[in-house]
Design a binder for this molecule. Structure first.
Ligand SMILES: Nc1ncnc2c1ncn2[C@@H]1O[C@H](COP(=O)(O)OP(=O)(O)O)[C@@H](O)[C@H]1O
Ligand SMILES: [Mg+2]
Length: 400
């Protein structure tokens, strides 16, 4: 039995969405092969574990959750990954073999959690620090895609301080793109802080809104006659497989947080009341699978999906989103989600792979990769410090 610590939550605007994704993953792990150990990171950054956390109901009342779940710390002790009570007798309450991160957004998905696990020496499933970090920054991503010749919408970006110091010049630069434009905090998700502007007043308003969420702002041309198509890739740099494609139908001008994760107007973006996790959850957005697009566009997207995965060096399952101008039949790559909502399992079902099999595939892949990784040399014997003295060190660059 492999014990999988499923980590979800975290201090991010997508906290609630991550709870849904996390509980879904726990419920879909193959029980004959894996034992799921929930590890929930609350908004106060504390870690909790316990069987109660496998049930979505517990998250509706945080006081209750804190009463029943165990507040823990996770670390490596004698080659075992242990979960230990933070308070009281500090008993070790559980052990795990590997972590499955099912977190979304800033301070977790963006390489933060991955870096923390690497530092502690804990193996985990999915993309590593570099791809996770780049996958969170919409500007970095575009710069990388562009450098490889993948089509991206026209864009420009700036930091908030640059905007406050030189507003007119920045607006002038944005207006070269031409209205309408779309304004995005560079490193958020779930459409939080995103707006469209048809003129200068709306632009200023949109920038002020986006600045509430991030000091790095991205402005893009609006793709007209829009159709949104997503694909998932599975694998690592050795080989990437591409899923069935989906077309996402938004009810709003663009996909809002509620559209994306809540669906049917049920629940609210603040809590998770009224969300059913079983078959719905994040699958409730209006999706058409397979996407109803030309073979030529589909082939283009498949090739781009492999290339974008390779460029970002993703591992495990990721989702890559495209914007299509239906009239011009032109595809633009929009973004990579290194830990997609619901782990994009519904796109793999389209190819006959169940969520259970998908989880098995990504866990097996990361175990293989981890074994390879630990064989590689990360450090070398060095006597630099033996030869170093505080006054006059020979052979140590930069130290005098
Ligand atoms: N350049 C664009 N033109 C038209 N619509 C866009 C454009 N960029 C984003 N959108 C719309 O806004 C939504 C959210 O933008 P996206 O960049 O995917 O951010 P998030 O990380 O929040 O999902 C998209 O799903 C799409 O509906
Ligand atoms: Mg998106």
């Amino acid at each position: 039995m492999i014990k999988v610590g499923v980590i979800f939550g975290g201090e991010s605007v997508e906290h609630e969405v991550s709870i849904i994704s996390g509980v879904q993953a726990i419920q879909n792990l193959d029980k004959t092969k894996y034992e799921a150990v929930p590890i929930y990171i609350a908004k106060n950054r504390e870690m909790y574990t316990g069987a109660f956390l496998k049930d979505i109901e517990i998250y509706k009342d945080m006081d209750n959750l804190k009463r029943y779940a165990k507040n823990i710390v996770m670390y490596v002790k004698d080659n075992r990954i242990v979960l230990q009570n933070k308070k009281g007798f500090r008993r070790i309450v559980n052990e795990i073999d590997i972590v499955l991160p099912v977190v979304h957004g800033t301070n977790v998905e963006d390489g933060t959690l991955q870096g923390y696990l690497d530092l502690l020496g804990i193996p985990y499933v999915g993309s590593h620090v570099y791809s996770a970090a780049v996958g969170q920054d919409k500007v970095f991503m575009k710069q990388i895609f562009e450098s490889a010749g993948l089509p991206v919408p026209k864009y420009t970006w700036f930091f908030e301080t640059e905007y406050f110091e030189n507003q007119e010049a920045i607006i002038k630069n944005i207006e070269k793109i031409g209205y309408p434009v779309i304004i995005k905090p560079a490193r958020l998700g779930s459409s939080v802080g995103i707006s469209k502007a048809k003129n200068k007043d709306e632009l200023i308003e949109g920038i002020e809104e986006a600045i509430k969420y991030d000091e790095k702002i991205l402005i893009e041309e609006v793709i007209e006659n829009l159709s949104e198509v997503n694909a998932s890739s599975l694998g690592d740099y050795n080989y990437y497989q591409v899923s069935e494609l989906e077309e996402v139908m938004g009810k709003d001008e663009f996909l809002s947080y509620n559209d994306k994760y809540i669906g049917n107007g049920k629940g609210s973006s603040k809590g998770i009341k009224g969300i059913s996790v079983g078959s719905k959850g994040m699958v409730s957005t209006n999706r058409v699978i397979p996407a109803n697009i030309d073979k030529k566009l589909k082939d283009e997207i498949i090739i781009m999906t492999k290339e974008a995965s390779r460029l970002l060096n993703t591992s495990g399952v990721v989702r890559i989103d495209y914007l299509i101008d239906k009239k011009k039949k032109k595809v633009y790559i929009n973004e990579v989600n290194t830990i997609p909502g619901s782990l994009a399992f519904y796109l793999w079902e389209g190819l006959g792979m169940s969520y259970r099999e998908l989880l098995d595939n990504i866990i097996t892949l990361s175990i293989k990769e981890y074994k390879k990784r630990i064989k590689r040399t990360y450090s070398f014997e060095s006597n630099i410090l033996q030869n170093a003295s505080l006054n006059g060190t020979k052979g140590v660059k930069g130290i005098k």
